[in-house]
Write a protein that binds this ligand. Structure first.
Ligand SMILES: [Zn+2]
Ligand SMILES: [Zn+2]
Length: 317
């Protein structure tokens, strides 16, 4: 089909364009010129929703942001490498052990770091052949040095013995960070922001941004405007939470601690209403006898009306 030779009116051009469209729409889908597939969206893979409570259904706190072939871990609770392997078997191959290359720590509480030697050593033994990059608060470097010292006999044994171990994958490049832009590899950008978490001098939340998505992870924190500011209409807000109802049954000394260190369902309802995420994902849930539905019911009763879900291990959002 040709456009009319010069002199055609604007109206006739519009008619022709409309005709072209109608023809295009009539062509069967399989006959149309293929377009490049959209890149896979950035995903949040929940590796562990646990807390210090040793719930066998919930691995230690760990998340992964995955975009294309690259994965970025946030926190290293116990069980992290096995949960990552499970996600890989489920099709998220960027979480296969050899691809665990970048880790962001929110803070150095043991429930968030007991899996750190797992990420350092197991992933190396399973053929990661580049150093692990670890981003975290002051103290991260000392923790990594002590872990490597603790496992020095294992490392020497694997390298010097008959095992075909590579000589790079057990190494760690530590980046002790301050709030602000801390990472940009062209695939994702990561900003750290300070959150108040009990007696920790430094604890972070993280905001991940890619071309298609913004994901904000609270880390462990009491209710904080820092999270509201970091999210500000983000796609996903992944926030820790405890049951405001069951809190009332806790001993006074624990109530004092949790009120300073963590966020209740009622507080989260208020802050998430202001943060306006497209979806709120509860994790690091302190249930104290309630369950996922109970936490969500508390959130609704406190007036939170937007989309929300209470995460289980290996869920993908
Ligand atoms: Zn924790
Ligand atoms: Zn903590």
């Amino acid at each position: 089909m040709r456009l009319p030779a010069g002199g055609g009116t604007r109206r006739s051009v519009l008619v022709v364009v409309a005709a072209v469209w109608s023809v295009a729409l009539a062509v069967p889908a399989h006959a149309q010129v293929p377009v490049a597939p959209a890149p896979p969206p950035t995903q949040l893979v929940v590796l562990g929703t646990g807390t210090p409570n040793a719930d066998p259904e919930r691995s230690g706190p760990a998340l992964a942001v995955v975009r294309g072939t690259r994965s970025y871990l946030v926190d290293a609770g116990p069980g992290i490498v096995r949960r990552a392997a499970a996600a890989s078997r489920n099709g998220v191959t960027a979480l296969a052990p050899q691809h665990l290359r970048v880790l962001f720590l929110t803070h150095l509480h043991s429930d968030h770091t007991v899996g750190l030697p797992d990420v350092i050593l197991s992933a190396w033994t399973l053929e990661r052949d580049v150093p692990l990059e670890v981003y975290g608060p002051p103290g991260t470097k000392a923790m990594v040095e002590h872990l490597l010292a603790a496992y020095s006999a294992d490392i020497r044994n694997r390298i010097d013995g008959a095992e075909p171990a590579n000589e790079q994958g057990h190494k760690v490049n530590v980046h002790e960070i301050a709030p602000g832009l801390v990472f940009d590899d062209g695939n994702v950008k990561v900003r750290a922001f300070a959150v108040p978490h009990g007696d920790w001098e430094v604890a972070f939340g993280y905001r991940f941004e890619s071309a298609d998505r913004s994901i904000v992870i609270s880390g462990d924190t009491r209710a904080s405007d820092a999270v509201v500011t970091a999210c500000n209409g983000c796609d996903l807000l992944v926030h820790e939470v405890y049951s405001a109802e069951r809190f009332k049954t806790r001993p006074p000394e624990w109530q004092r601690y949790h009120a300073r260190a963590h966020t209740s369902t009622v507080e989260l309802a208020a802050l998430a209403t202001r943060a306006m995420p497209r979806q709120l994902v509860l994790y690091h849930q302190l249930f104290w006898g309630t369950d996922d539905a109970g936490l969500l019911a508390e959130l609704r009763a406190a007036g939170y009306l937007r989309a929300a879900v209470s995460a289980r291990d290996l869920a993908i959002y």
